[in-house]
Design a protein around this ligand. Sequence first.
Ligand code: DAT
Ligand code: MG
Length: 139
Amino acid sequence: MATNRTFTMIKPDAVADGNIGGILKMIEEAGFKIIAMKYTRLTNELAGKFYEVHKERPFYGELVEYMSSGPIVAAILEKDNAVEDFRTLIGATNPADAAEGTIRKIYAKSIGENAVHGSDSDENAAIEGNFYFSMSERF
Ligand code: DAT
Ligand code: MG
């Protein structure tokens, strides 16, 4: 399994607020190469499946509702140490705890509407990339 790739989504709040360009600029300037990218919208069912690992958590319903509320941008990114470096670039889940200069510090509204997703392991990066992209959609 490739250890130099991660998966991201620009979430509905950030898309609605016109922050796709700003966020992609931060991602590219941090040295990530875009391997695959898609502007799409999750159905409630697909959002539920994507976040299935969280289904016992109290915020699951709210999360699924939110993630299917509008279009998103999904992408596979490549860089040495991609998963860890991307988590550093996006910052803490709650923007109130996110470090200065991180994507969530700059763009997230709240712990729920937090602008971007970033995979938390190489294994999940592969699973999440496969959720959205076929082999012919990766470059
Ligand atoms: P992360 O996205 O930083 O990996 P996570 O995997 O723990 O965070 O949770 C997935 C998403 O669920 C997160 O990006 C936003 C939402 N979420 C997490 N904790 C929450 C909470 N306490 N209240 C509302 N939404 C929450
Ligand atoms: Mg997570």
